[in-house]
Design a protein around this ligand. Sequence first.
Ligand code: ZN
Ligand code: ZN
Length: 408
Amino acid sequence: MDQKLFKYADLLVRAGGNVQPGQPVVISSDVADAGFARLVSECAYNAGASEVVIDWTDELSARMKYLRASDEVFDMFPPWRTDRFKYYDDRNAVYLHILSSDPDLLQGVEPGRIKRATKVMREGTKAHRAVTMTNERRWSLAAVPSPKWAAKVFPELAEKEAVEKLWGLIFKGARADGENPVKDWEAHRNNFLKRVDYLNETQFSALKFKNSLGTDLYLPLIEKHIWVGGGAVGRDGVPFFPNMPTEEIFTMPARIGAEGRVVASLPLSYQGSLIEGFWFEFKNGRVTDFGAEKNADSLKLIVDMDEGSRFLGEVALISNNSPIAQMKTLFYETLFDENASCHLALGKAYPYNLAGGCDMTERELAEAGANDSLLHVDFMFGTEDMSIIGIEPSGTEKAVMEKGEFCI
Ligand code: ZN
Ligand code: ZN
């Protein structure tokens, strides 16, 4: 196990953030994952990091704060936290995030508090998110199983077995179980390139999605969109993988124009509640109606966050035969679940999905047709019988996916 963990930590540093000699590294980790965070630190120093800083969090204290703190603190984001991000952004830091949250952590917390805290946090970290979302700073997310998370995924198992089983799926899903995972990820990147190149050359003006679950969506893509998959390339030309695992190829829909119905194919775990059996109705790009069999309140929190959270910011294609799709497991963690099936995101679009987008101001992005919001929430809608038709600018239709698998 030690060797496996070390390889996984090294993978996060070398393939994930791709730390270069002389760069500071900021690791965010829960105190419960201190052991793994220290391994990541060691690997970062091995890669030549100038300094490793750990941004410790404690999810149990965070829950206590939500339950017991004075109400006004949920509208405040201390300026020193904004300054702290700026300090490391200015020094070209690489950000590595270790995720292990209990999916039920925020159960019973008043949703209004979460919404307000999220809003001020998003506002306070706007400049930092701008440099990570445009790939000016490199970053990567990887997961470590906590006992509570593992128990949620495998409620039928004893805690220890559940954690071991989840580790197994994480190593496999993150392609970290081979002899040389860093090499395996290079090969993974190359496999994406052909399909991404085809999609970028073809420049479909729209995609049509249909399946037996009830999805029937016409989705125009933004003009000059860029499909991204198999990792990202930093503005300094250094490649990295923001998410480990990653199986998706994704781009930017046009803000205006989506028409039809989308039915989710997997539940969405959002801030402590599990939204199940949900759907959206789109008219001219905007969510005009929505519903859920369970936790519709949480769905409403997403949709009503701001005007942009009613519009789409991402469309991602994933084949049925990806390792995570094959696991047929609900992870209650977007990092894994979003690699299980085709998905859409409500909210902010990634500027790098548009030619020249990273050099545009917010206003120019909006004028080009990119969506903006404080949120970016992925939800799954792919199925084994998903069919996707691409419409070329000439009007010619071309099958992109049949029965959940790529035909391009
Ligand atoms: Zn995605
Ligand atoms: Zn997304």
